[in-house]
Design a protein around this ligand. Sequence first.
Ligand SMILES: [Zn+2]
Length: 408
Amino acid sequence: MKERALRAIAECEQIAAMTEEPGRITRRFLTPPTHDVQAHLRRRMENLGMAVHIDAAGNLRGRTNLAKQVPGKRLILGSHIDTVPDAGAFDGVLGVTLALECVDLAREKGLPLAFEVIAFSEEEGVRFGVPFLGSRAIAGRFDPALLALKDAEGLTLDESIRAYGLDPGQIPAAAIDDDALGFVEIHIEQGPVLEAENLSVAAVTGIVGQTRLTIELAGQANHAGTTPMHLRRDALAGAAEWISAVEKLAKGTEGLVATVGKIEANPNAANVIAGNALLTLDVRHVHDATRLASVNTSIEMANTIAARRGLAIQCTRQMEQPAVSMDERLTAYLADAMEAADFPAKQMPSGAGHDAMVMASRVPAAMLFLRSPGGISHSPTETVRAEDVEATLHVMRRFLERIAGEVR
Ligand SMILES: [Zn+2]
C-alpha cells in the first residue's frame, strides 16, 4: 500500500507541472495544460485496461468492465483536475490518482467490480464564475443557458468547448444513463478538523449549502483632490463598509461562513474616487434556512449602505446550492471500512462544495476525506502525508471488498 500511496502522491506532483503559469499551479477549465493532464491520465487508464473518452463537457472518463457477470453495474470514482489560481498539487487531482489505485487494487484482489473513473473538467468555478460544470453534465443537470457565460477574455463557454475540439451540442449525451452502484470521491479535507483531532481519514456526512452572488455598486468617479468628502459617491468606500458588515454578520451566526473574496474597483487609480465596485459574496451553512436568511440580510445591508451613500446597486445571484446529504448506506460502509482498517470511524460535514454533491442528485454518493496538514488548501503550501494517503487506500480496499461482496 505504501508504494501505491507514494505513486499517487508523485503523480500529483508530476501533474502540478502542467499549468498555465510557470512556477505556479493554475489550471482553469479547458485551458491548454488540461490537454497534458488528460493525456497523462489517459495513458494511466489505458494501462489499467480502461476504455477512455473525453465527453462534450471535457470530462476524461475511463471505464473498465471487470465484472461481466454484473453488466451495467459499476462504481464511479473520481474528482476534478481544474484548480484555483496559485493552487496546491492535491486538491482534486489526488482523488483521481487514488481512484486509479483503487481500480488497480480491485484488479489485483480479483474483485468482481466494474469501474468508471472520472477526471472532472471543472469544479472550482474560476474561469466562468460558475462551478461544477463537469459534474453538472455527468449528472444530467447542465443548463444549456450556461454556454453563454463569458470568461475574462470574453470567450463564451460554448466557444471554449469548441476551441478545445469538443461539441457543446453533445453535452446531454455526457449524462450517466444507467444505474451505477454509486459515486465515491476521495478528497483532501481542506480544513483543520482532522489535523486537530489527529486523524487520517473521515467519512463525509453531507456538504454545506452555498450561495454565490455578485454586488455591483455604482457611484461617481471624480477628482480625488477637488471633490469634498460630503459631495462624493464613492463606490469603493461603500464596498468596504459592506464587507465589514458581512464579516460581522458571519461572526455572529453560529456555523456561518461568509466571504467577499474578490473586488474590482474602477477606474482603480490612486487619485480618482472609485466610480464603480464589483464584489463577490460566498455564503455557506449546513442548514439551508440559515444560509438563505443570511444572504437576504447581506443584500439588505448592501441596499441600506448604497441608499445612504447615493450609490446604485445591482445584485446578481450566480449560484444557489442547497445543502446535500451523502448516501447513508455508502457512508456507513465507509465508516465500517475505517473500523475494519483499524481507524476511528470519524464522520464530519464538508464546508467546501465538491463534485459529489452534484453527483448525489443522480446516484448514491459518498466522500472520504483525508487530513490536510496545517488545514491548508487552495495554496501552494497545500500538502498531504504519505501515511494518510496509505490509510485512505487501506480504507478503500475494505470498502471495495464490502461492495464487491454485495455485488456477488
Ligand atoms: Zn477540490
